[in-house]
Design a protein around this ligand. Sequence first.
Ligand code: SAM
Ligand code: SF4
Length: 333
Amino acid sequence: MSQLIDPFLRPITYLRLSVTDRCDFRCTYCMTEHMQFLPKAELLTLEELHRISSAFIRLGVKKLRITGGEPLVRKGIMTYVRAMSRHLLSGALQELTMTTNGSQLAKHAAELADCGIKRINVSLDTLDAAKFTQITRLGRLDQVLDGIRAAKAAGIRVKINTVALKGFNETELFSLLQWCAAEDHDLTFIEVMPMGDMEETYRIGQFWSMEDLRTRLAERFTITDLAEKTGGPARYLRLEETGQKIGLITPLTHNFCESCNRVRVTCTGELYMCLGQEDMADLRAPLRASASDAGLDAAIRAAISRKPKGHDFDYSRAKVAGQVSRHMSHTGG
Ligand code: SAM
Ligand code: SF4
């Protein structure tokens, strides 16, 4: 079976799969307060998630990230994770990982570790309990911190993902760094992206660029840029005084597109070849049309042959150009 290669000769080795659009939080930059979730019948079943993931792995995907919505609120999700861990055992898959808000981690950390998950990303934008509830609308900081501790105790390495929000967590830059250093967590900052249907001005008002954030870091630390490439929008730097490696994700620049190795599948089976483009392929129809995977494999190959060179996000004007209407919770962050 030949490996998936796109028209720009990029091998597709990384799949991010959204297993649900539902979430127990309503982060203000991600969802509206009264978010309408999809009818259950539209979501892929656990078995369909399994078939799609296995198809991608058969076609050469080596890294699988389970995301959402909140993956750990999906009923029966551990059955799926356990099934994927078999691909790790066979060597077909090299890394199984997850992005989570951490709320259910205390319950699941030990089993995730047992399934071969060695690293996870946990989203955490503030260490202030009141601000945490403000930004997540429904979340409790202590519950997430318990989850992070449980993951660490289970031997899972935790990377903290923090969305950089002007006027919200700017003042916590150094305390977040210090906490991550003390707890031995890697830390990555993410620029807020123009996703979903939220008011444009609201998002532009929250925009805190990675360039500004880097300048703030340079006021206190000696910064060394690291050459490390992930095929994604993260750049890494080292703070010489603490030895910490910090990631900066600038999804709105084009400088990572040429090495892009990833695609996304939504919880309804839509394959997005680029986070910033509307073009997608429906995988649910071929999946439901036949018990054989031939049609599914063909649909995946046809879609990859249309993977675009890059995306069109642009914050440079006062209005958001290249904005896509889907929510991160649908596409999977
Ligand atoms: N619920 C899980 C979580 O919060 O980690 C996984 C899904 S969430 C959509 C994945 C990531 O997307 C999170 O780190 C979140 O902070 C980020 N995210 C959501 N909306 C975003 C936006 N508008 N801009 C940038 N990052 C966003
Ligand atoms: Fe839920 Fe994650 Fe979106 Fe927050 S960022 S609302 S935790 S899916």
